[in-house]
Design a protein around this ligand. Sequence first.
Ligand code: ADP
Length: 601
Amino acid sequence: MLLGVIAAFFAGRRTQPPRGPALEKRRVSLERPVKGGGALRFQDLFDLGEIQRIQDAFSTATGVASIITDANGRPLTKPSNFCTLCQLIRATPKGRRNCYRSDATLGRTHPEGPIIAPCLSGGLFDGGASICVGTEHIANWLIGQVRDESISDEQLMGYARDIGADEGRYREALAQVPHMSTQHFKQVGEVLYLIAGQLSKLALRNVQQGRVIDQLEEIQAELRAAKETAEAASSAKDQFLGVLSHELRTPLTAVLATVAMLREESGFSDESREDLELIGRNVALEARLIDDLLDVTRIGKGKLEITPSDTDVHACLRSTVEICKSDAVAKKQTVSLHLEAPHHHVNGDGARLQQAFWNLLKNAIKFTPEGGRIDVRTRDDGDRIEVEVADTGIGIEPRDIPRIFEAFEQLGQKRGSGGLGLGLSIAKAVVDLHHGSLSCQSQGLNRGCTFTVDLGWVPAPEAISEAVSVPAAPPTEAKGVRVLLVEDHRDTLLVLSRMLRKWGYAVTPADTYAAALEHARNASFDILVSDLGLPDGSGLELMRQLRIPGIALSGYGTENDLRASRAAGFNEHLVKPVGLEALHKALQKEEGRLLSRFPLP
Ligand code: ADP
């Protein structure tokens, strides 16, 4: 019966609770995984409140006194069922010291069973069993305070004198100590031994769980740190790419503007014109590479955006082939267009789709030897349109195909392709944004490649019956529109000033924030055209000060940059290298706004 009651505490821990929900609660809260570090302590491994209840129940059921101490005999729980005699003994300093010593001895680990012996201090009959974690002794469960008939009252009274207890009260208390047969007491001791064994196993499990938790936490902390490092590195890389492309873009504006201006000059020899075209082409290519870097940064951050509108895929392909024609001709390649899809309109971003097609065609030309052929084909596939770019070039091993869509992947340097390994990853991201797919097939090395873009088509818009004719721009003449032009890159400032004057604007150039403010104090301006990153201030701040119609020039073109320049008051935001046509259009738009605000009489 006794064994049953105690065993129920533990059995209930794994199976069902023996006595309803109250015990179920105990079952849960008894265990306490211990954190690593430092010596093991019973009170860290178990919920002492729960242990106290078990100890109290044990004493009530068995009729013996009971207490749990640490390995040195210092109490960890409140005594259950203690008789007055013990309280008197423990009330004296010497008695208490002796009790601790005695408890420590009785609770020592014993492989065969509990230690049952006369109490070393008071002469009563006591027992104890140790609670261990593996070989580490962490606590003693002690029982006792029953009379050992072999010791006489007089011997026991001698102890009262030894510890200095009140003899009268001691004698009275002695008479109240319960009697128990030695055999019965030993049986209780056996139960105690079993419980202590169970608690030891639990303690070991708690420690092991705790160590696993510690290890998990360590692993989690390491993972967190690794993630933070990777994120910091990635954001540093993004920032670096952003700044780098800004720095690289700025000088290109000056070169592109000069080339555009020179193109309009007469008196160049054919050879010089060719050189001019060469410079223009290569600068445009460099601008493209910089844009690719920026696009990859945007893709990495999930910030690549498209502006969908009705787009004619065939028109995109025609102009893509046109752009690449000279490269194909240089390699004596044949590029054939087979525009066979009856439905060739999509709801997409024309510029971005053309960028994707251009990347595919550019690669086909690049990776196909001289004299090869490239076929660009469209066909209908139900509600989808398929665009295929097939070449007779160096091909790809089928196992390498999945890798080519990863950024910076070039399948080894030996292929000597040039480029940054970004074209396909950008093309794929663009096609994905259009809810389409980009795939590649190749039979292997030197067996050519076929790239297929699959997009959903939409019906063609209503045909426009009459061609809308755009009136040609009137010849330039001095307009008197006053432009404050701010740009810290001297060459760009110089070329843009010349260009703006050529278009008829009255230009005041400034290469710093301070110079621009100074000019604004001495004269009034109609339009501000300003770089945003100035050495001594920001173009945004300048706009906030001047509050006139304005066009921002910036190497940065993210949504955030656009928002910031709008918020500061700029009507337009042009990303460097600024195309002259775009700048001219933006200026004309600003002029239009001025006229609508101040209509001519
Ligand atoms: P890049 O052309 O700058 O190297 P891409 O991302 O456009 O970068 O292409 C990645 C890689 O895929 C190329 O370096 C090349 O190894 C392979 N590849 C792409 N297109 C072709 C093709 N048409 N034929 C053979 N290999 C190709």
